[in-house]
Design a protein around this ligand. Structure first.
Ligand code: DGT
Ligand code: CA
Ligand code: CA
Ligand code: ZN
Length: 578
């Protein structure tokens, strides 16, 4: 079992940050940074590549020096250079990075100009009003830092779902490699597809618990064994995440799976129904007196309390029990329902892959369409397109579509689209004439996150007043664990979208998942449909759709609530604004 790409990337990322704080040569910093950016998107494990003796320098952005370091990490699990630079940069200074809102450049500036070397120093400097005087900081930054410091409760202890997926996959393989495993599931919030997980909960059905627990604590990414018994164990992996293991006999499988899937409040509600029927429900089974009457399957647990099976994503005690009772559980959207993706970037703006490569990747997923939504010119850092470049892209897509039609026998096409920047006053970054030539227009905010709520809300509604706009992308701008949503009256935005024939996006990027589950539920209640889109910046990014589906399911959405569950003709009808 070997080190994962994400772990390797994290090592390079940390080195880049620390070197930058130290003021190291920009060239060196960039090499690490580029490697850290590229590696998580690779389809294949670097550890396997090293094991197969492949030449890593064939990968883009990987030079000789980085390739050697990757080999060291793969072989030893560590990198001496990181340990050295960690010794030089005090931990208190590293904490400033975890606060969020300060990159290494700013940490360096604060240290050099004001001698700030810890959160306590920063707090003092902010209170004394010294920070806004530094070049590149300003009043706004100082106010944001003040707010972050007030909210700071230590580094986040929850792990994004996608990281949890990558961490648990090889561990599950490792466990399945052992003898006697009858059933295995990753339960807990992971199975409920929450956007982040506190820890991982693995459940195994097996007659020999001790052997499974032994194999579990022997997994080679285990950094620390927290507890180790006959039928349960807990470990901390090198990444820092905790994993709990429970082993149960097959007769208890369903009851245990139900119990460890949670949520706790859902379990409590189910158990209460059991009590009303004279039943006792535990992780071992459903009992009437001493007799076990159910528990081999999860279905049997629900049947015992007079409910239909409730899917894990709904188990939050947010009305699913009542809906189950009334026979009114929603038929939730699945990945198979998705017919295309409505938000994707190419190397024309800040994506990594060409139009043709993105098209082939989308067709290979079985999609009927992919909307190419490169950024517009206001987003200079992303090399956004002006009207002239967009016109050229339109022509290129028309040409490519002719080839694609032949190649895929009319089953797939690219949609001409754009992710248009919404300017501060709510106007759009490109003129109507060019927008009118597109199949679809997505609009979104990438700057001035700090407007007061009424102005931010007005800004977005004004953008939707433009008859060309179809979809409001990542509607709150939040980045999980890194940036709060901007102040916006989401319900007003939803109502305005509904009145105008616009839709809101559920952005499936793992760090966004914006709309939240609750916002999806709210949209559905208002009758507003949603686009689940990956916002892919590479071919691999298209595969993040599953995360959006998980979030949508947690938000009670059915295929009918999702516009890209439609075939192209039906989608076009939906997109037509009055
Ligand atoms: P997390 O890890 O914070 O993302 O959330 P969960 O839901 O995975 O919570 P966790 O790992 O503490 O426990 C896994 C499941 O086990 C939880 O969803 C429900 C069940 N569970 C744990 N402790 C209790 C308890 O004290 N009472 C009940 N009814 N269920 C519990
Ligand atoms: Ca958990
Ligand atoms: Ca747990
Ligand atoms: Zn985008």
């Amino acid at each position: 079992m070997s080190i994962q790409n994400r772990e390797i990337a994290a090592i390079f990322e940390e080195i880049a940050d620390l070197l930058e704080i130290e003021g190291a040569d920009a060239f060196r910093v960039r090499a690490y940074r580029e490697a850290a950016r590229l590696i998580p998107g690779l389809a294949e494990g670097l550890a396997e590549r090293v094991a197969n003796g492949a030449d890593l320098t064939e990968l883009p952005s990987i030079g000789e020096a980085i390739a050697k370091k990757i080999a060291v990490i793969v072989e030893t699990g560590r990198l001496p250079q990181l340990e050295e630079v960690r010794r030089r940069v005090p931990p208190s200074l590293r904490e400033l990075l975890q606060l969020g809102g300060l990159g290494p450049k700013r940490v360096k500036a604060l240290r050099e100009a004001l001698g700030v070397a810890s959160l306590a120093d920063l707090r003092q400097a902010v209170e004394a009003g010294k920070v806004h005087e530094l070049p590149g900081f300003g009043e706004k930054t100082e106010a944001q830092l003040r707010e972050r410091l007030a909210r700071w409760q230590g580094p986040s202890s929850r792990t994004p779902l996608i990281e949890a997926e990558e961490l648990v996959r090889p561990l599950v393989e490792h466990l399945r490699g052992g003898p006697g495993i009858l059933d295995l599931a990753v339960a807990g919030s992971f199975r409920r597809r929450r956007e982040t997980v506190g820890d991982l909960d693995i459940l195994v059905a097996c007659d020999d618990g001790a052997a499974v627990a032994e194999r579990f604590v022997g997994y080679d990414a285990v950094a620390e064994v927290l507890s180790h018994g006959e039928t349960r164990a807990s470990v901390r992996l090198r990444s820092g995440i905790q994993v709990d293991l429970r082993v149960v006999p097959p007769v208890s499988w369903g009851a245990a799976l139900h119990y460890f899937t949670g949520s706790q409040s859902h379990n409590v509600a189910v158990r209460r129904r059991g009590v009303e029927r004279g039943l006792k429900i535990s992780e071992y089974g459903v009992y009437r007196g001493e007799e076990a009457i159910a528990g081999r399957t999860e279905e049997s647990v629900y049947t015992a309390v007079g409910l239909p099976f409730i899917v894990p994503e709904l188990r939050e005690d947010r009305g699913e029990i009542e809906a189950g009772e009334r026979g009114a559980l929603p038929d939730l959207v699945t990945l198979d329902d998705i017919r295309g993706d409505l938000h994707a970037h190419t190397d024309a703006s800040d994506g990594h892959d060409s139009l043709a490569a993105m098209a082939e990747a989308a067709a290979a997923l079985g999609y009927e369409y992919l909307a190419i939504t490169d950024h517009t010119k206001h987003l200079g850092v992303a090399h956004g397109l002006d009207a002239k470049r967009l016109a050229a892209q339109i022509a290129a897509i028309d040409r490519l579509n002719e080839r694609l039609a032949k190649r895929h026998e009319g089953r797939f096409q690219l949609l001409k689209a754009s992710e248009i920047d919404i300017l501060e006053d709510g106007s759009l970054d490109l003129p109507d004439e060019i927008l009118a030539r597109l199949d679809l227009r997505v609009a979104s905010i990438h700057h001035r996150f700090d407007l007061p709520e009424h102005r931010q809300t007005e800004r977005v509604i004004r953008a939707m007043d433009n008859r060309h706009v179809n979809i409001l992308a990542h509607p709150t701008g939040r980045l999980i664990g890194a940036r709060e949503p901007y102040a916006i009256d989401l319900e007003r935005v939803m109502r305005a979208a509904l009145e105008r024939g616009c839709f809101l996006e559920l952005n499936a990027q793992p760090s966004r998942l914006d709309l939240t589950d609750l916002a999806c539920q709210q949209a559905k209640e208002l009758g507003l449909k949603v686009a689940i889109s990956t916002d892919a910046h590479s071919r691999a990014g298209l595969e993040r759709m599953r995360l959006g589906i998980g979030q949508a399911r947690r938000g009670w959405l059915s295929a009918d609530d999702v516009i890209n569950s439609r075939g192209l003709a039906a989608l076009r009808r939906l997109l037509r604004r009055a």
